[in-house]
Each structure stands twice: as C-alpha cells, then as structure tokens.
Ligand binder design. Structure first.
Ligand code: SAM
Length: 297
C-alpha cells in the first residue's frame, strides 16, 4: 500500500505508446517513488491491467492521471487463465497494455510471470518501466555483501518442502533475500538459527520507505531474541549474509589430527581431517606424518 502524498497535476495523456506489454513497477510505500516514465506509460497506455484495480486507481489519482475511457482490467493469480487471452488479444490488435502488481515490481513474488511468458510466446513486445522492489532496497540497506545474492521469496509452508528448502538455500554461498509476514517471522528466525546456526549476520528490514521504516542488523540469534522484547509489525524482508567460512588454524589442524591418529592410521586420519576442515589432502597428510613421527620419536 502506498502512503498518500498529493503530487500535483501529473502528466497529460500523450501520443500513442508503441504496442507492447509494459510491466510497470509501482511504489512499495512512498507514493512518490514512481518514475516519470512509469507515469507517462500509465497516462498513455491503451489498456491498463492491475493485480488490484483500486490500488492502481488510487495511485493514478495521487499523480493526477486520468483513466478516461480506457479499460482497466483486474489480472491476478485467481483470474489469470481467464483474463490472459483478453490481454493477448489487445496486444495482437496492436494496442499498448500497462500491467502493475499491487506494489513494487511485477513478477517479483507477484503476478505477471505467466502473462509475460504468454506475451513473449505470442510474439508481442514485452518491455517495462523499472522501479522499486523491496528485495533490492533491503539488500542495499542490509550491510551484507551484494556481489552475489539470491532472492528466495517466501519460505514454503508445507513442513517437508520447507525443511528441504531451508537446507538447500542455507548452503548457497550468497547473500539471501527472504520475504516473510510479521506473524511468521519469529518462527522463521528460530528455524534459521536451528538449521543455519545463530551466528550468521542478517538484517530484518521492515516497512521500507514508510513512516515506521526500521532496519535491525545483527546475528540471526540476536534478531530472534530481539523479537521477544520488541515484536514487529508491517511488511518484512529478511536479508541473511553468506555462510561464514573460517579458515582453520594450525592449532585446529593439529588437535583434529592428534585425535584422529589415536583412532586411525595416518592415511585415514589425514583423509578424515582434510574432509572435515576443507583442507588439501596432501598438506594434511604431510602434517599427519610429522605428528606421528614426533609422537613415535
Ligand atoms: N513485488 C513486490 C516487490 O517487488 O518487492 C513484492 C510483493 S510480495 C506479494 C509482498 C512482500 O514484499 C511483503 O510481504 C514483504 O515481504 C515485501 N515488501 C513489500 N513492500 C515492503 C516494504 N515496504 N518493506 C518491507 N518489505 C516489503
């Protein structure tokens, strides 16, 4: 939902847009977070389609864009199969169609994927007006590495699928971006601490661009514990840093080898420790030999 800020008369309806499906990003909170080009497209498209027509009408009112006699169709997960053919027909007739999801970028944890795909397959031009997405803003604010990131969306609800998902996603060496509702965030953080460990760095970003915007940064464990004292409301993105890989010290290596040499022959002990510490086998074998000789000598 957008915050209401009146911004004046807005763009006038312009010359016809080139025929295409325009995926138009809309604000995730502050109504002024919309590009001038997005407003031009909304003012000029022959047909408008929206996940929630009331939300789009409201946004257009704020920016002074008139619908006029243009059609505004609802297109969402529940009516997609029925409405898609109408949109494809409009595109085939050479009309321009602008599509907006409820908030942020269409297709990102929002409807639009099947529409875009069907339009591409039909030979129509598919283009867009880029703009806000909660995932990208949360990544920017999180303080986590942005060289490699994975948008994982909402965690699955079903227990077995969820457990596999947590296991798989947690191993990816990238910053992870998750969406979650405030009702389920404590449960999610508890599960992440159990499966990914409490020490991974994370940022809980809520109500971005809105009045009660807040970013809590810390370990997964501290964010979970913090919810006991200060529960959160509103819309949430959780950003979790890379799995921490700490290189073992010489002392760690020697301790692991000494323990393993008490049970195993040199070759097996070296193989086991190399695997456990992620070190090259040959180096560990040399060290194991040296320790064994020292011990025997
Ligand atoms: N298409 C949207 C985008 O580009 O971010 C996402 C739509 S998804 C249905 C809604 C979820 O996005 C929310 O449950 C929340 O996890 C996240 N979200 C949307 N707006 C947000 C905001 N202002 N602050 C934090 N998270 C937000």
């Amino acid at each position: 939902m957008t915050d209401d800020i009146q911004t004046g008369q807005g763009p006038a309806r312009r010359a016809a847009l080139a025929p295409a499906l325009y995926l138009v990003a809309t604000p995730i909170g502050a109504a002024r977070d919309i590009t001038l080009r997005a407003l031009d497209i909304l003012a000029s498209a022959d047909v408008l389609a929206a996940e929630d027509t009331r939300t789009l009408r409201h946004l257009m009112d704020i920016h002074g864009i008139k619908l006029g006699d243009r059609p505004l169709w609802a297109y969402h997960d529940h009516n997609g199969a029925a409405v898609r053919p109408r949109i494809l027909k409009a595109l085939a007739e050479g009309r321009s169609v602008a599509y907006c999801s409820e908030a942020g970028t269409p297709v990102v944890a929002d409807p639009g994927y099947q529409l875009a795909r069907a339009a591409i397959e039909s030979g129509a031009t598919v283009t867009g007006a880029p703009g806000p997405s909660a995932a990208i803003l949360a990544l920017s604010l999180s303080g986590q590495p942005s060289d490699r990131f994975l948008f994982a969306g909402f965690p699955p609800a079903q227990a077995g699928v969820r457990a596999r998902w947590l296991d798989e996603i947690g191993r990816v060496e990238a910053t992870l971006i998750l969406y979650e509702s405030p009702k389920r965030i404590h449960r999610l953080l508890t599960e992440l601490c159990e499966t990914w460990g409490e020490t991974r760095d994370a940022a809980l970003c809520r109500e971005l661009t809105k009045r009660f915007e807040e970013v809590r940064r810390g370990s997964l464990g501290s964010l979970r514990d913090g919810l006991q004292d200060a529960p959160v409301k509103g819309e949430i993105v959780l950003v979790v840093g890379h799995p921490v890989v700490i290189a073992p010290t010489q002392g760690d290596l020697d301790a692991a080898l000494t323990a393993a040499l008490g049970r195993l022959r040199v070759k097996e002990a070296a193989a086991e420790v190399a695997e456990a510490l992620g070190l090259p086998r040959r180096d560990v074998y040399q060290r194991a030999l040296a320790l064994k000789q020292d011990g025997d000598g």
